[in-house]
Each structure stands twice: as structure tokens, then as C-alpha cells.
Design a binder for this molecule. Structure first.
Ligand code: NAD
Length: 483
């Protein structure tokens, strides 16, 4: 994508309020691939003003079916340019092309389609029998919303916010990360092409300070934040102080429990994409693999073979499974964790450094530690790179206890020959989404979010739509009959 010099504010391409710019750097070539404006506070003010006007305009008054139609139009517009979106995201953050088209793009259009499917049957207004007579319980748009998006799955996470906002009738201002502003420009073009009513969406790429300004803005009623737990705490604190509604989707350190009756030949290959997807830069990544001591050697061998066989390289090459990490600082951070793992006594089984022959690009070898104690830093902290840890356990109860011995609780899975036994384990793990022999733990029609430090609130499904709605009760006269 070419460089740009305008911002998409409330349905118009405008000259930015400052001359600040963002250089987008390819994690593969380490070269600047495009330069775009960095939004400033003046741009946020303009976007909020446009959103407030839209909130009082026709869009929030549309029927649920009409709003569903807009979501489908947007989904169709993105699908028509799907490869361009995928290539752009691969270029800006290094997601392998083999994963981008589905993981980055069609996952996003499926979110739009899921909310479009939900709208016709969602109870926006229902008559209930109250204590003294009939009551009308209404769900109304929450007001102007802000969606703050990380760099790892920018279009998909953007859609986790934009789709329910438009489904609810709430205008939204999206803030892409400075690492990945380019797909946001393509999204703005599609929104422009389909002619979405003005003011409903603004897209303002910017860094943390402008993000903080958005969160605290007087005109903003709701903040939906996805990012690190550290930043999420600050956003939550600001929203608490100002009594703004908020949803936080934060970090994870999820455990995949391999039970002693698992079919390793069939199930380890199903588990691995959950562990290394998107270069390991995934909040739901299953980075702790819990292995029964009775079959410990077999699990280690199967996982080690899979990690060793993972192709690393040019993210645009369709045969690449793991590409470069988003930024030099992220590469250094991941290498720092690997050193810590070694220093704390974990045994390095595969990888552990920069891959041979790839001198340019922010690569880290797919890495496997074995004989890991769950108290070690590499088992407790989110690494956000292709680094896995195998941890032994003696009983199902101990496996559950290890899985739960974490500040996080975002995702997880269990692998077994007995689904009922798997469901029993799933019920005991303190986490927001879970898979039993499932290739993905995230279902686009059901709630997604974290226990503990992995977040607050839920996205997707009716719960995700409710997060962009306020509830109003209208008490009616006792003898009221609808006309
Ligand atoms: P980050 O927290 O540094 O930044 C995320 C976004 O928040 C960026 O747009 C950033 O500019 C903005 N931001 C940072 N501090 C802010 C503040 N105080 N106020 C307002 N905005 C602020 O995270 P990152 O490095 O971009 O993303 C990686 C993190 O995101 C990982 O921890 C990962 O687990 C998490 N993540 C979570 C989910 C989920 O659904 N739970 C999904 C994807 C990523």
C-alpha cells in the first residue's frame, strides 16, 4: 500500500490536525514500506463531534434488519479485496501468508456476518411483567464508542469492536496501533465505498498518548480495548474514574492439557497451530503444554518433531509457517525470555536463537523448552513469540491445578480419547474460552474474553452486542394494552 496524507474522520478524508507521521517498517526487510499521518488530539475531537452528530442521525434509528444489511455490505466489501487486506497485514506485521487470509481477513468478515445473523432475533425491546404492571425493557446504543486495537490481528480485533458497535447503532472511533495502520486505510476505503452513513466510523492511527486522550474524552461513553494487561489496567482505571463503560481483552498464558488417553499422532498436529499461530503472537496461543508423566517422553518427542519441522522465513512465501516478529524490540524481548528460561533451569529442546541464514528480519527460531516448572518465568509470563514449554503432571487434578496456577485465564484446551473426560477437565479450568479436541478455541458466534488478568467483559455473540448497549426500563400504566 502507498503512503497516505489524510485521515478518515467521520466519513470524510481530512487533512490531519498535526504534521506528525508514522513510518511503517517491514519486519522482514526492516525497511520503511509506507508513511501515514499520526492522528492528534484535534483529530480525535473532530471524530467525536462527527460521532455525536451520527448518534442523533438516522443510523441508530434503523431497524435491526437494516443494520444487518450494512454489516453484510461491509463484509462483502472486505471480501472483495481479501487478498489485498491479507498482503497488507503480512507486509506490516509479518503474519505468514499461509495464515493471513483466514486468520486475519476472513475471520474478520465472519465476525461481521455473525453479528448480521444475530440481529434479526436479538431482543432490542421486550415487554415484561413488572412488580406493578407491564414494563418495556429496551436496549439502546451505548453512545460514542472507542475501539483500541493491537498490532497482532488488527483487522479481526478491529471488527470485534466495529461490528457490534454498528449492530447496536453506536458510532465508533477505531485506533489502530502505530505498527499496523495500513489495513485500517483499506477498511476506511471500503466503508467509504459502501456509503455507510457519515460519522458512524472514524479510523485514527496513533500511539498510546492519543489513545489515553480518546479514553478520557468527554464525548466518549464506551471503550473497548484489546492489548497488553499492563495497558488494560490503565484503561480500566481511567474508565472506572470517569464511569465509562469498558471491555478489556488482554493477555494470556493458556495451557493445553494432553490427557494420558490422547491420540498423539492425530492430536498433536491439531494442537500445534493453536500454539504457534501468527508467529506465536496470539493472545489465545496455547504456550504451556501439560504432559502426563506416564507418556511424557512420547509427548515431548511429538511436540519437538512438530516444532523442529516448522518452516521459518519470508512471510509472503506460502510454505512459511512462522514469519518475523513485529518489531526489533519484540524480537529482543522474546530472546530475553529464552535466556531467562535457560537461566532458571528449563531444558532447551529445540531452537533458542535467531534462525541461521536469516540475517535480516526480526526472526526467532520456533523454540521448545521441556522439563519446565510452572513457577518459572517462561511458564508465568506472556512471551508473545514462538516459544513453547512442556510441563509434566501426574494426575488430571494436578493438570487442572497447573493450568489454573496463572494470573491469566483467556483460553486453553484438553486433548483426550474421551470427550466426557475432556468436558470434566474443561469445567474446572478458570478460563474464558476452552476447547475439547478443538482446532480453535474461539467460536465466532459465542462469547470470548478472559477470567482474571486476561480481561473484563466479553466480545462476540449476544454478550458482545450487549457490551455496546445500555438497558432502559419504561414502566407502563397497569392497564396498558399495545395499540
Ligand atoms: P499494547 O497494550 O502495547 O497496545 C495495544 C493498543 O493499546 C495499541 O493500539 C496501543 O497504542 C494502545 N495503548 C497502549 N497503552 C494505552 C493507554 N494507556 N491508553 C490507551 N491506549 C493505549 O499491546 P500490543 O503490544 O499492541 O499487543 C499485544 C498484547 O495484546 C498482548 O498482550 C496480547 O495478549 C494482547 N491481545 C489480547 C487479545 C485478546 O483478545 N485478549 C487479542 C490480541 C492481543
Amino acid at each position: 500500500m502507498d503512503s497516505r496524507d489524510t485521515l478518515y474522520v467521520g466519513g470524510e478524508w481530512v487533512t490531519p490536525s498535526t504534521t506528525n507521521t508514522i513510518d511503517v517498517i517491514s519486519p522482514f526487510t526492516e525497511e520503511v514500506i509506507a508513511t501515514v499521518p499520526e492522528a492528534g488530539e484535534g483529530d480525535v475531537d473532530r471524530a467525536v463531534e462527527a460521532a455525536e452528530a451520527a448518534l442523533n442521525g438516522p443510523y441508530p434509528q434503523l431497524s435491526a434488519d437494516e443494520r444487518a444489511e450494512w454489516l453484510r455490505k461491509l463484509s462483502g466489501g472486505i471480501q472483495a479485496r481479501a487478498q489485498e487486506f491479507a498482503d497488507t497485514i503480512t507486509a506490516e506485521m509479518g503474519s505468514p501468508a499461509s495464515w493471513s487470509i483466514m486468520g486475519q481477513v476472513f475471520s474478520a468478515t465472519m465476525v461481521l456476518d455473525s453479528f448480521a445473523d444475530l440481529l434479526p432475533t436479538f431482543a432490542f425491546e421486550e415487554r415484561r411483567a413488572g412488580a406493578f404492571g407491564p414494563v418495556l425493557v429496551r436496549k439502546e446504543p451505548v453512545g460514542v464508542a472507542v475501539g483500541i486495537v493491537p498490532w497482532n490481528v488488527p483487522l479481526f480485533v478491529g471488527m470485534l469492536k466495529l461490528a457490534p458497535a454498528l449492530a447496536a447503532g453506536s458510532p465508533i472511533i477505531l485506533k489502530p496501533s502505530p505498527e499496523t495502520p495500513l489495513d485500517g486505510y483499506l477498511l476506511a476505503e471500503v466503508i467509504d465505498e459502501i456509503g455507510l452513513p457519515k460519522g458512524m466510523v472514524s479510523i485514527l492511527p496513533a500511539g498510546r498518548e492519543v489513545g489515553e486522550y480518546m479514553v478520557r474524552h468527554r464525548g466518549v461513553s464506551k471503550v473497548s480495548f484489546t492489548g497488553s494487561t499492563a495497558a488494560g489496567r490503565k484503561v480500566g482505571a481511567a474508565c472506572g474514574e470517569l464511569l465509562k463503560r469498558f471491555t478489556l481483552e488482554l493477555g494470556g498464558k493458556s495451557a493445553a492439557i494432553v490427557l494420558d488417553d490422547a491420540d498423539l499422532a492425530a492430536q498433536i498436529p491439531m494442537l500445534m497451530p493453536n500454539s504457534l499461530m501468527n508467529n506465536g503472537e496470539a493472545c489465545v496461543a496455547q504456550t504451556r503444554i501439560l504432559a502426563p508423566r506416564s507418556r511424557y517422553g512420547e509427548v515431548v518427542d511429538a511436540v519437538a518433531a512438530a516444532v523442529e519441522g516448522t518452516t521459518v522465513g519470508d512471510p509472503t512465501d506460502p510454505s512459511t509457517a512462522v514469519g518475523p516478529l513485529v518489531a526489533e524490540r519484540q524480537r529482543d524481548r522474546v530472546l530475553g525470555y529464552i535466556e531467562k528460561g535457560k537461566a532458571e533451569g528449563a531444558k532447551l529442546a529445540v531452537g533458542g536463537g535467531r534462525p541461521a541464514g536469516l540475517d535480516k528480519g526480526w526472526f526467532v527460531e520456533p523454540t521448545l523448552f521441556v522439563d519446565v516448572d510452572n513457577k518459572m518465568t517462561i511458564a508465568q509470563e506472556e512471551i508473545f513469540g514462538p516459544v513453547l514449554a512442556v510441563i509434566p503432571y501426574d494426575s488430571d487434578d494436578e493438570a487442572v491445578a497447573i493450568a489454573n496456577d496463572s494470573d491469566y485465564g483467556l483460553s486453553g484446551s484438553v486433548w483426550t480419547g474421551d470427550v466426557e473426560r475432556g468436558i470434566d477437565v474443561a469445567r474446572k479450568v478458570r478460563t474464558g474460552t476452552y476447547g475439547v479436541n478443538a482446532f480453535s478455541t474461539l467460536d465466532l458466534k459465542t462469547p470470548f474474553g478472559g477470567f482474571k488478568s486476561s480481561g473484563m467483559g466479553r466480545e462476540l455473540g449476544p454478550e458482545g452486542l450487549s457490551a455496546f448497549l445500555e438497558t432502559k426500563s419504561i414502566v407502563l400504566p397497569g392497564d396498558y394494552q399495545p395499540s
